[in-house]
Design a protein around this ligand. Structure first.
Ligand SMILES: Cc1cc2nc3c(=O)[nH]c(=O)nc-3n(C[C@H](O)[C@H](O)[C@H](O)COP(=O)(O)OP(=O)(O)OC[C@H]3O[C@@H](n4cnc5c(N)ncnc54)[C@H](O)[C@@H]3O)c2cc1C
Ligand code: SF4
Length: 510
C-alpha cells in the first residue's frame, strides 16, 4: 500500500484535502469508531450517535465512489477502542508507506496521531483543513504583535479580505454590525408560532447506530428518542435551505431571546453539520447573503448570521490553535467549586436551569444564549473549576468538538483565560433571565431578590461574584456600573448575601 488516508469523525468533507491525489489502486481510506472518543468525556448519547451515523454514511458514500475503505466499527470484536490501537492494527496489516490526515480538530488527537505514527515508523503528512476560511498560520499572522485579540478587529478583516457584505471598502448598510437591534425579547405574548426546523427521521443506518449506542453506552446521559439531526451533506443543505427560507428573517432580532419549550426558535441548528464538515460554511454564508440581496431577509439578520460564521467560528478556531495546550490549564478567576450534579440530570428547583438542562438531555442541543447565560452563567457565578465546565460542554452537545467548545467555555463563558477573548466576564443577575425569557414566571424564586427563602440563586451569586472579584474589576471600564451598584449595598446586605451565597456553593458542590 502507498498511502493510508485517515479520515476522522469530524472530517466528513467530500472535498477533503486528504483525498487529493488518491489512487484506489494503491491507496486506502482508514476510518475508526473508537470507544475512547465517547468516554474520555461522558458523552451524551446523541453526540455519540451523530458522529457514528455521519461516519457510516460517509463510508458508504466513499465505497459507492470506488474508494477502498478500511472501516473499524465499534462493534467489531477486534476493535480495541483507541485511535492508537486501531491505527497500529491497520498499519501492521497493510504496511503503508505513508499516512495522510487533515489537521484534526483537537490538540489531543493530533498528538496521539503523531506519537503513533512515530512509534510505527511511518511518515505522517498533515494537510490543511480547507473547510475553514482562514488557516491557522494566517490567524497566527493576524494575531502577531497585537495586544488584544478581539473578535471585532478580526471580523472586519475577514469581511474586507473576502468581500462578503462589502461595497468596495465599506460594509454594506454603512455599519459593521447591528447588535444593538438584535437583542429583542418576545414579551409576555411569547414567540407565537415559530416555523419548526426540518427533521430527519433516522434511516436504517442511523437506527442501527442508535441500537448500538443504547447497548454500548446505556448509562451515558441524554436520550435518543428525538434524534433527527442531519447526517449527510444532502440533509445538511436541506436544513440550511429550510433555515434561510423560514427562520433567517427573524434570526437577528431574537438571537438572544429564550422561551420555555422552544429549543431552536430562530436559530439555524447548523453547527453540528458544519462541525462534522457535512456543510461548507461558504455555502451557508452565500445563501444568507443571497437572501438579503433578494430582499427575503433584512440586513440585521443576515449580518448577524454571517458574523457568527465568518467571525466567531473562524476566530474561535484561531484562538484554540494559538494557545493550546497551555489554554486548557488557565483558571484566571481561581475557580475551585465542583459542577453541581443537576447539570447531568436537570433536577433542580431553578426553572431556567431545569428547562435548559432538560432540553439539552432531550436533544443534545441548546442555543447560544442558553449556553452562555443559563448553564454557563450559573457555573461562572458559582465558581466551578473550568476543566469541569469544559468536560460537561464537550460531552453534552451534538456540535461539541474541542476546537470550538473550549474557547467558547474558557474565553466567552467562564473568563478562565483572563480576558484574552472577552473584554469582561458575562455576568448578570436573574433579572436578565427574566427580561430575556419566560422562565422566571414559572419559578419558585424571585429574580429581583438576593436574600431570603425565595431569593433567586443567580441574583445572590451575582452580587457575591462581584464582591469576590471587586478588587480585580473595580477599575474595569466595562464593569464600572456594576461595581458602582455593588457599592450601594450596605455592610449588612453584603453579609447576608455572603452567607446565602456560601450556602448555595456548599449545597451545590457537597
Ligand atoms: C459555553 C458555550 C459552549 C459552546 N460550545 C459549542 C460547541 O461545542 N460547538 C459549537 O459549534 N458551538 C458552540 N458554542 C457556540 C454556539 O452556542 C453554537 O454554535 C450554536 O448555539 C449552535 O446553534 P446553531 O447552529 O443554531 O447556531 P446559530 O445561532 O444559528 O449560529 C449560526 C452558526 O454560527 C456559528 N456560531 C455561532 N456562535 C458561535 C460561537 N460562539 N463560536 C463558534 N461558532 C459560532 C455556528 O457554526 C452556528 O451554527 C458554544 C457557546 C457557548 C457560550
Ligand atoms: S427566578 Fe432565578 S432561578 Fe428562577 S428562572 Fe428566574 S433566573 Fe432562573
Amino acid at each position: 500500500m502507498r498511502n493510508l488516508v485517515l479520515i476522522l469523525g469530524d472530517q466528513l468533507d467530500r472535498h477533503s484535502a486528504a483525498l487529493d491525489g488518491f489512487d484506489p489502486a494503491c491507496d486506502a481510506v482508514w476510518m475508526a469508531e473508537v470507544a475512547e472518543e465517547a468516554t474520555h468525556v461522558w458523552s451524551h448519547k446523541a453526540r455519540i450517535a451523530i458522529f457514528l451515523s455521519a461516519m457510516r454514511h460517509y463510508r458508504d458514500w466513499l465505497r459507492a465512489k470506488g474508494y477502498p475503505v478500511l472501516y473499524h466499527a465499534l462493534d467489531d470484536p477486534e476493535n480495541q477502542g483507541s485511535f492508537a490501537s486501531e491505527l497500529t492494527r491497520a498499519v501492521r496489516q497493510h504496511q503503508p508507506q505513508k499516512l495522510i490526515v487533515v489537521e484534526p480538530g483537537e490538540w489531543r488527537v493530533l498528538q496521539s496521531l503523531k506519537r503513533t505514527a512515530q512509534q510505527l515508523g511511518v511518515p505522517l503528512e498533515i494537510r490543511p483543513d480547507r473547510h475553514f476560511l482562514i488557516s491557522v498560520d494566517e490567524f497566527r499572522r493576524h494575531a502577531s504583535g497585537r495586544k488584544q485579540l478581539r473578535l471585532e478587529f478580526f471580523y472586519r478583516e475577514m469581511r474586507q479580505r473576502t468581500g462578503i457584505l462589502m461595497e468596495g471598502a465599506q460594509p454594506v448598510g454603512g455599519a459593521w454590525n447591528f447588535d444593538a437591534a438584535n437583542r429583542r425579547a418576545f414579551g409576555k405574548q411569547g414567540p407565537g408560532l415559530v416555523p419548526p426546523p426540518v427533521r430527519f427521521a433516522p434511516d436504517a443506518t442511523t437506527q442501527e447506530v442508535i441500537r448500538l449506542v443504547e447497548t454500548r453506552f446505556p448509562n451515558h446521559p441524554g436520550s435518543l428518542r428525538e434524534f433527527d439531526w442531519a447526517v449527510t451533506p444532502e440533509q445538511a443543505i436541506q436544513a440550511l435551505d429550510d433555515f434561510i427560507e423560514n427562520r433567517l428573517p427573524l434570526f437577528g432580532p431574537y438571537q438572544d431571546a429564550m422561551w420555555t419549550g422552544e429549543p431552536y426558535l430562530y436559530h439555524s441548528r447548523l453547527s453540528s453539520a458544519m462541525n462534522l464538515k457535512l456543510l461548507d460554511p461558504r455555502l451557508a454564508i452565500a445563501k444568507a447573503v443571497d437572501a438579503y440581496r433578494q430582499k427575503h431577509a433584512p440586513l440585521q439578520s443576515v449580518e448577524g448570521f454571517v458574523r457568527q460564521i465568518l467571525g466567531w467560528r473562524e476566530y474561535i478556531r484561531g484562538i484554540y490553535w494559538l494557545f493550546m495546550p497551555e489554554y486548557l490549564e488557565r483558571n484566571a478567576l481561581n475557580a475551585t467549586a465542583n459542577l453541581p450534579d443537576f447539570y447531568w440530570t436537570g433536577e433542580t428547583e431553578m426553572n431556567c436551569l431545569r428547562e435548559v438542562v432538560g432540553q439539552t438531555l432531550r436533544y443534545g442541543f441548546a442555543h447560544h444564549i442558553q449556553r452562555l447565560m443559563i448553564t454557563g452563567l450559573y457555573a461562572l457565578l458559582l465558581g466551578v473549576q473550568p476543566k469541569q465546565v469544559h468536560a460537561w460542554y464537550l460531552a453534552i452537545y451534538v456540535d461539541a468538538v474541542e476546537w470550538v467548545e473550549l474557547p467558547n467555555v474558557y474565553g466567552m463563558s467562564q473568563f478562565a483565560d483572563g480576558g484574552l477573548m472577552a473584554s469582561k466576564p458575562y455576568v448578570a443577575s436573574g433579572k436578565y433571565i427574566q427580561r430575556m425569557s419566560n422562565y422566571c414566571a414559572n419559578c419558585r424564586f424571585k429574580p429581583e431578590k438576593a436574600v431570603g427563602a425565595d431569593a433567586c440563586p443567580f441574583t445572590t451569586l451575582y452580587w457575591h461574584f462581584l464582591m469576590r472579584h471587586e478588587p480585580a474589576f473595580e477599575n474595569h471600564p466595562r464593569l464600572g456600573q456594576q461595581i458602582r451598584n455593588l457599592r450601594r449595598l450596605s455592610e449588612a446586605d453584603r453579609a447576608a448575601i455572603r452567607k446565602q451565597a456560601q450556602e448555595l456553593i456548599n449545597q451545590a458542590t457537597s
